[in-house]
Ligand binder design. Structure first.
Ligand code: MOS
Length: 737
């Protein structure tokens, strides 16, 4: 009698004060559970995109353009086909380009068929019986080009910056008269910070296996947002959405680079259709760097002014970023600046320089990850100019409500994070005079920065089932990109249904299951987790009905339903099984309240006076991100983010040849992400918080909070250690000598 699938929908128009997770008696939510998918990963039974054993599959390797701007005149397909094992070469340039849609692109940022807009752009796919044969031919196939002059040097063209053409968020914002207020203020800083292009550098390269059956495509791919990726793919292939299924069960890191489809998916799909055989395409490591997305470089001019009491009167954050001509995405450098500090006069502008370099797109914490460098380092400089402690300056300018929209914050524990961090880190031992602490050949300093990352909710759904044996299954087209989604969603279901986690089967990453926004923008846990919550709440109501009690009087624990003086096994209440779907949608709460996660980073560095080498000695992040759903996976997210911050401060930099845009360091050997020896003991501490405006589970985004502000804490520590203010990242040793 309960077999019908019902849906519980919630639009976040109102606060949601009472969460079932507060009262759950299963006692599993927030606990530091090991990952439920951990055993599959360590035993090699977690199947990643390229690992599906599909019979009769052809290997495809992409062909990269070797010019920075121009047109493909010819590709010698016959020469490639004459090579052993090669089956065919497919050159649907325009489709491949359209497929590089990332970061919300809706149209290919290119003008025409055959056009090459950046070095390394994908122009063909070679298909062969073995990977080796396909690679050999792909790397040696003769391609002829007509060259055009291009723009490869941001520096040389920065004066041609213009407003982003069709931006998704407003690129320019102004309030009051910031220039006048700046001129009149007694204390001010006007500084420019530079950050280079970066790559997400996920360990797993982009990979797809395309299988057509009866006119429908199944694509095993490494994608963060399968629901929207399937739409993009259908669009690129010119087929209807319901003909494309994406399966993305395990993803070896994405960090933004797998938000949208990459060229290998469309190339594999087109090739598989034409050949009538499945096609597996794995991007070469260099192609991942060259032809997926980069984080744009930034040039950030920050002007801060304050009265002698430290109250800021001007906050200007003007950024230049770089894009392919016509791109609608731009690195939203100032996105965190809008609501971080009070100041009546404000300007937050973004302008873009057109370049012939890899498409710019989202990389972990687009905006804040690099934007906080400009603002938080400038705050450090302003504090020194004022003779104020950096934490005190931030406290004075901590706004009571959103300084632009004049609406309250849903929850905001910035000062609490700074105070807790100061206490834990020993901030009171900081010597405010730079360069004054020396240990042998090492100058030692400490620095801090605020952390903030905007909180988002995205429409998502999930299904929960209780089977006749009392076990459960939760399914959603949500993904786990290494973040812990499998585990936290099992914990949410377990807590509400009173079914132990080991009796819950998780199914994620398949567009045959209820659609979800996937993993992006730190919205995954809150969005898909809320959908799971709602589905389970509805199942709970069904169980209450079967028990003939009010849901409020029902206790579900360890597989038992308790209420009305009765205790019954849940398995005895569900007949042939019951199921329910939950669906969450963003609503008015995000307009009536500014929502963000907050925190504070602290870093201690040693700088060698002989070599200029910087070693991060210790680092602490204190974070307030609403309810922590799993203390272990949340901590891991923050450790990863802080590690990214060390990379931004010290090592990471894409280097483009200014003659043709060729990416010189397009692999993990030459693009320096921090390795174990670069990362000291990191400490993470969470403040207790619930956000009733965010969603029914009261959690806010955590995935990108740990990186936002981490780099400037290191940069500020280097200044405190040395008295040298490096404003051009990464701070390699040559900049300190
Ligand atoms: Mo994130 S850059 O939205 O994966």
């Amino acid at each position: 009698m309960f077999g019908n699938s019902d849906t519980k929908s919630l639009t976040m128009n109102q606060p949601y004060p009472d969460s079932l997770l507060d009262t759950g008696v299963q006692g599993v939510i927030s606990k530091p559970l090991d990952r439920v998918d951990g055993p599959f990963k360590v035993s090699g039974t977690a199947t990643y995109a390229a690992e599906y054993d599909i019979p009769n599959a052809v290997h495809g390797v992409l062909v990269s353009a070797k010019i920075g701007h121009g047109e493909v005149r010819s590709i010698d397909i016959d020469a490639a086909k004459a090579m052993p094992g090669v089956i065919d070469v497919i050159t649907d340039y325009d489709s491949f380009l359209r497929n590089s849609q990332q970061g919300g692109e809706t149209k290919a940022p290119t003008q025409g068929v055959k056009q090459v807009d950046y070095f390394g752009q994908i122009v063909a796919i070679v298909l062969a019986e073995t990977f080796e044969a396909a690679r050999e031919a792909a790397l040696s196939i003769p391609v002829e080009y007509d060259y055009k002059s291009g723009v490869y040097n941001f520096e040389a063209h920065r004066d041609e910056a213009h407003k982003p053409p069709k931006a998704m968020i407003p690129p320019h914002y102004s309030q009051g008269d910031p220039d006048k207020a700046f001129d009149e203020a007694p204390v001010k800083v006007d500084v420019t910070y530079i950050t280079p292009s970066q790559n997400s550098a996920a360990m797993e390269p982009h990979a797809s296996i395309a299988v057509w059956e009866d006119g429908a495509l199944t694509l095993y791919g490494a994608y963060q947002m399968p629901t929207s990726d399937a739409s993009q793919l259908a669009d690129a292939l010119g087929v209807s959405k319901n003909k494309v299924r994406i399966v993305s069960r395990y993803i070896g890191g994405g960090f933004g680079s797998k938000l949208g489809i990459a060229p290998e998916s469309v190339a594999a799909a087109i090739a598989a259709k034409r050949l009538g055989r499945p096609v597996k395409a794995v991007m070469l490591r260099q192609q991942v760097f060259d032809a997926t997305v980069r984080r744009s470089n930034t040039e950030q001019r920050v002007k801060l002014a304050a009265g002698r009491d430290g109250r800021m009167t001007t906050l200007v954050h003007d950024s230049l970023v770089s894009n392919l001509p016509g791109e609608s995405f731009f690195e939203p450098v100032g996105i965190g600046t809008h609501s971080l500090y009070a100041s009546e006069n404000r300007r937050i502008n973004h302008d873009t320089v057109d370049v012939n370099l890899t498409l710019s797109g989202s990389m972990r914490a687009p905006g804040e990850a690099v934007g906080m460098v400009g603002v938080e380092c400038a705050m450090d400089e302003l504090a020194e100019a004022l003779g104020l402690d950096p934490i005190e300056l931030r406290r004075i300018n901590d706004p009571e409500q959103d300084p632009e929209k004049q609406v309250p914050f849903s929850s905001r524990k910035l000062t609490q994070s700074m105070d807790e961090g100061a206490r834990r880190f020993g901030w009171d031992k900081r010597n405010a005079v730079p360069g004054s602490r020396r240990e042998g050949d090492w100058l030692v300093g400490i620095g801090m920065a605020a952390a903030t990352r905007n909180n988002q909710l995205q429409q998502s759904s999930a299904k929960a089932e209780i089977h006749p044996d009392g076990s459960a299954t939760v399914s959603s087209a949500m993904t786990d990109i290494g973040t812990g989604s499998y585990t936290i969603m099992a914990q949410i279901a377990s807590e509400i249904l009173g079914i132990p986690v080991d009796r819950i089967t998780m199914k994620l990453g398949d567009t045959n299951d209820p659609p979800a926004a996937g993993s992006g923008g730190s919205w995954g846990a809150a969005s898909a987790g809320s959908a799971v919550y709602l589905a389970c709440e509805l199942l709970r109501e069904k169980l209450a009905k079967a028990m003939e009690v009010d849901p409020a009087d029902l206790t579900l624990k360890d597989g038992q339903a308790i209420g009305g003086n009765r205790q019954v096994a849940i398995s005895d209440l569900v007949g042939d099984g019951i199921e329910a779907t939950g669906e969450i949608k963003p609503g008015k709460q995000e307009k009536t309240h500014t929502q963000a996660s907050y925190g504070a980073h602290f870093a201690e560095v040693g700088v060698n006076v002989v070599t200029g080498e910087v070693r991060v000695r210790r680092m602490l992040g204190v974070f307030a991100a609403g309810r922590v759903l799993n203390a272990k996976t949340a901590r891991s997210q923050c450790l990863g983010g802080m590690t990214f911050g060390i990379g931004t401060a010290l090592t990471e930099e894409l280097i483009h040849d200014t003659r043709n845009g060729k990416l010189v360091n397009h692999d993990l050997a030459e693009y320096h992400v921090p390795v174990n020896a670069d990362v000291p003991q990191l400490e993470v501490h969470f403040l207790d918080e619930r956000d009733i405006h965010a969603n029914p589970i009261h959690a806010k985004g955590i995935g990108e909070l740990g990186i936002s502000g981490a780099a400037p804490a290191v940069v500020n520590a280097i200044y405190n250690a040395t008295g040298i203010r490096v404003r051009d990242l990464p701070i390699t040793l040559d900049k300190l000598l």
